[in-house]
Design a protein around this ligand. Structure first.
Ligand code: NAD
Length: 534
């Protein structure tokens, strides 16, 4: 697939108009992309608004065909896309396939299969006898222009999980990829062209926070933002100012609760994978482990042994388990949290040191114990390869600590007692809870994804995520045409009595009282023979 990308040497005198694609393995830039200026973003918004109605008017089957072509273009270009994902993010090839390519393809298949049925007109039966003469239904209409602002950690899967349902529902899309992964963003635009989508239906805005803010200012009909809490707050405020609805997928501090009867071999492998996959840079990373005291030592020992076996290295080595952190500032943030934790009494049992011989942002994955909630490591999002383990007196204490965080994205419970696990799952404050697994529910496109509290609002994936892309419009028709409604103007004392009898007839708790209301013939006659109508 040909990707239009200016060479690094071009237009060096307009430095600020470009975002660079930097390989985190070396820290070197290898491509640059022109930043969209606010005026250009407004023009893109106008274009998106102009093409959307024609797209929405296409029969659903046509939209499904077009999205299927996009899915096929993605499938056929996967080798090149994997190459760019691993180059721009440094993640291992296996993770680029499972968590990005497979997820994007599966999202397309799932929504293509269900979109038509979900958007079908839906009848709304009326219960109330006074309204029986009317018939109503719900029509689903696209919201219009959808703005997608996405992060760098899953630069393909996250925007595609929003772009695909947005298109199927009849919206146009303006997508701003992260400034750290502009090349993937540009490839998404290229795939849309290759799939033959109408020009202007999907447009890519390159740039950083300034371009993102300009995109929200340009007035899309809905904003889908995935990123940090800090930025989420700014976007929520900007959207509030313009009354633009939003879905906010923000950070996490996901707890893993390990009970005394858990299979420790499996749980420790899950903890290591859950904390270190994508170098710990996942919103669903296991960031806090609460393990029952009686098994804490054995569980920790297993985690340390497994962490020692992990291979840290570039994605070009297909046996690397853990790549680099995305940028030096991310590495420094992890180190800062580790330093603070150690100063407050934590012990780093393994890892935590830099690997300069591999590149500027490689860090050995760390297993840390003796942690508590006074430490930044247990309160703030770490977003790095750190597995922090806290021993707790009981399952109840684990639940208490888990629920104390302002974040509430996902959580996991480890036990052989599924009945108990289900009870605990109901007590956890989280958008999703996995029993005997971590994080991988994100790969189940049928499962809703999203948080509450500091982790945001709204949902992506699943039918819930799809319905975020539409307005539910209610339409009603009065089947008895030429009839006045009894509650219209021309009020009288007789109508007031009849209204009260009707209330008794419909809602009195006892049948006797309802029967009494029914016997008030005068009131009913007054109701049916109203003369002084206006
Ligand atoms: P970020 O908030 O720095 O940036 C996200 C996007 O917003 C980028 O495209 C950025 O350019 C843009 N942006 C920044 N400031 C903006 C502004 N003022 N107005 C408009 N747009 C602006 O986040 P990041 O570093 O790219 O991603 C990491 C964060 O994302 C972590 O906190 C992680 O937990 C979170 N995340 C959440 C989910 C989820 O589903 N809940 C998934 C992935 C990542």
């Amino acid at each position: 697939m040909a990707v239009s990308r200016p060479p690094l040497t071009a237009a060096a005198n307009v430095e600020h108009s470009y975002v660079e694609s930097i390989d985190p393995v070396t820290g070197e830039a290898f491509a640059r992309f022109e930043v969209a200026q606010p005026a250009a973003i407004c023009a893109m918004m106008a274009r998106a608004r102009a093409v959307q109605p024609d797209w929405a008017r296409l029969p659903m089957i046509e939209r499904c065909r077009a999205v299927r072509r996009l899915r096929d273009a993605l499938f056929h270009s996967r080798e090149e896309i994997i190459g760019v994902i691993t180059r721009e993010t440094g993640k291992p090839r296996v993770e680029a396939i499972f968590a990005e390519i497979v997820l994007a393809l599966d999202t397309a298949d799932y929504f293509i299969r269900h979109a038509q049925r979900w958007l079908r007109r839906q009848r709304v039966p009326h219960r109330n006898i006074t309204l029986k003469a009317k018939a109503g239904w719900i029509e689903y209409e696209p919201v219009g222009v959808v703005a997608i602002l996405s992060p760098w950690n899953y630069p393909l899967a996250i925007p595609m999980a929003e772009l695909i349902p947005a298109l199927l529902a009849g919206n146009s899309v303006v997508l701003k990829p992260s400034e750290l992964t502009p090349w993937i963003g540009s490839m998404i635009g290229e795939l849309c062209i290759r799939a033959g989508l109408p020009e202007g239906l999907v447009q890519i805005v390159q740039g950083d926070a300034t371009a993102g803010a300009a995109l929200v200012e340009a007035g899309p009909d809905k904003v889908f933002f995935t990123g940090s809490v800090e930025t989420g707050r700014k976007i929520a405020a900007a959207c509030a100012g313009r009354i633009i609805p939003s879905v906010l997928e923000l950070g996490g501090k996901d707890p893993m609760l390990v009970f005394a009867d858990a299979d420790l071999e499996v749980a420790s492998s899950a903890a290591v994978w859950g904390s270190f996959m994508n170098c710990g840079q996942a919103c669903l990373s296991v960031e806090r482990v609460y393990v029952e005291q009686s098994i804490a030592a054995r569980f920790t020992e297993l985690c340390v042994a497994k962490a020692k076996k992990l291979r840290v290295g570039p994605p070009s080595d297909l046996e690397s388990d853990i790549g680099p952190l995305i940028r030096p500032r991310q590495l420094e943030r992890v180190e800062r949290q580790l330093r603070d934790a150690v100063e407050r009494g934590a012990k780093i049992l393994v890892g935590g040191g830099r690997r300069p011989e591999l590149g500027p942002t490689f860090l050995d994955p760390a297993v840390v114990t003796d942690v508590d909630e006074s430490m930044d490591l247990m309160r703030e999002e770490t977003f790095g390869p750190v597995l922090a383990i806290r021993a707790v007196a009981s399952a109840d204490e684990a639940v208490k600590f888990a629920n104390e965080s302002p974040f509430a994205l996902s959580a996991s419970i480890w036990t052989r007692d599924i009945v108990r696990a289900r009870e605990v799952a109901s007590q956890l404050r989280a958008g999703a809870v996995m029993i005997n697994d971590v994080a991988s529910y994100y790969g189940i496109v049928e499962a809703p994804h999203g948080g509450r509290g500091a982790s945001g609002w709204g949902r992506t994936h699943s039918r819930f995520g799809f319905m975020e892309m539409v307005h539910a419009k209610y339409v009603d028709v009065d089947r008895l045409t030429g009839r006045f409604n009894a509650w219209w103007f021309g009020y009288t004392a007789g109508l007031a009595t009849a209204a009260d009898r009707l209330t008794q007839l419909l809602f009195a708790p006892g049948w006797k009282q309802r029967g009494t209301a029914l016997k008030d013939i005068r009131a009913w006659r007054a109701l049916l023979s109203r003369r002084n109508r206006i």
